[in-house]
Design a protein around this ligand. Structure first.
Ligand code: CA
Ligand code: CA
Length: 344
């Protein structure tokens, strides 16, 4: 607590005191004054001050009393930050055995990408400054984590970007710590997590977050996410966010396919939104993720999880050659080739 207070109080001088009466019969000596304290002395008192330590109890001797404290927020001390030990899998890069591929570690941007204008009309849009020198080994991609006081988007109290590791844990910028939300009071929050081409999820219930890490696990139970069918079972007892939501409107539908088509036709590689399995290419495996999930009706299941502004999204955001292409009507799990190849 003392370290916390000193950080929060910054340059505010926290004073503890020694009171010495004029006749030296009522000395009160505080044990919290450090050896580096300074003295202020007059004929009737000696006041010693130090930083980084505080005393709020009254020091009293006889009829002499002094109480030294500090201002703090109504309702309690400011917290040092909430810690969420968040875990989730993305369906696209999921490889099995509780692991994801990290093929984009060296390709992903060192600054979180969700402030890009291409995301401006989507719920994941986030202009925060999170940045690293380079992604640590084993990092899959950036995600955005959001805290809500209740289930509505209007109750959002914080957003931040963090890094998703191949074992599913979301880490802070140091690559090892739980995700920290600065300057947010301890309490119960719904936790939303978003990735640029997967369907976002929110915790099924409010999670009690405080200054010690609290687990928020979306990997081991379908019911961990708000709503029904919010997560996809990728192997027995293991759940992941649905892939294929390229335009981040919270569903996997034809516009996502259109973006895929533009990207695969253009042969783009690297850090690409239509690369659903995150291997740096936009090819058939990405299409198959789209196809399976549009057939399943994958969509956000929590309140205000989608954006109503997406209809206004410029076609330029997905490429100048984008056209309206209907999703192919191919039974799930039967696709072996692209549908337009089957027709040849
Ligand atoms: Ca979509
Ligand atoms: Ca791919």
């Amino acid at each position: 607590m003392r370290q916390t207070l000193s950080r929060r109080l910054g340059a505010i001088l926290v004073v503890s005191a020694t009171v010495v009466s004029a006749n030296a019969q009522h000395a009160v000596v505080s044990d919290v004054v450090s050896s580096g304290a300074t003295n202020s002395t007059s004929a009737s008192y000696s006041l010693r001050g130090t930083v980084s330590q505080a005393t709020v109890g009254a020091q009293q001797a006889g009829n002499k009393s002094i109480r030294v404290g500090f201002w703090y927020a109504a309702g309690g001390f400011l917290p040092s930050g909430l810690l969420a030990d968040l875990r989730l899998f993305l369906e696209g890069p999921y490889t099995g055995s509780q692991q994801m591929s990290a093929d984009l570690t060296d390709v992903a941007p060192s600054t979180q990408p969700y402030g890009d204008p291409a995301y401006a009309e989507t719920p994941i849009y986030y202009e925060g400054p999170e940045s690293v020198d380079s992604l640590a080994a084993g990092m899959v991609d950036w995600v955005v984590v959001e805290l809500r006081a209740d289930t509505s988007s209007a109750s959002k109290v914080a957003s931040r970007a963090a890094l998703l590791r191949e074992d599913g844990f979301v880490r802070d910028l140091d690559g090892v710590s739980s995700v920290k939300f600065e300057d947010i009071p301890s309490g119960d929050y719904f936790v939303v997590v978003r990735h640029g081409n997967h369907v976002p999820v929110m915790s099924a219930a409010a999670v009690s977050l405080g200054t010690s890490p609290t687990a928020v696990d979306f990997t081991s139970a379908a019911g961990s996410a708000f709503g029904v069918d919010a997560l996809k079972q990728v192997e027995s007892g293991v759940y992941a966010l649905f892939g294929g939501d390229e335009n981040q409107d919270g569903q996997v539908t034809a516009p996502d396919f259109n973006s895929y088509l533009v990207a695969t036709t253009g042969g783009v590689t690297g850090y690409v939104r239509a690369d659903f399995n995150r291997d740096g290419q936009v090819t058939a495996p990405d299409f198959n993720i789209y196809l399976a999930n549009t057939a399943l009706g994958a969509a956000t299941r929590f309140p205000d999880g989608t954006s109503g502004a997406l209809a206004a999204r410029s076609p330029d955001a997905i490429g100048p050659d984008s056209t309206s292409v209907e999703a192919p009507d191919v039974p799930l799990n039967t696709l072996k080739r692209f549908p337009w190849e089957e027709e040849q």
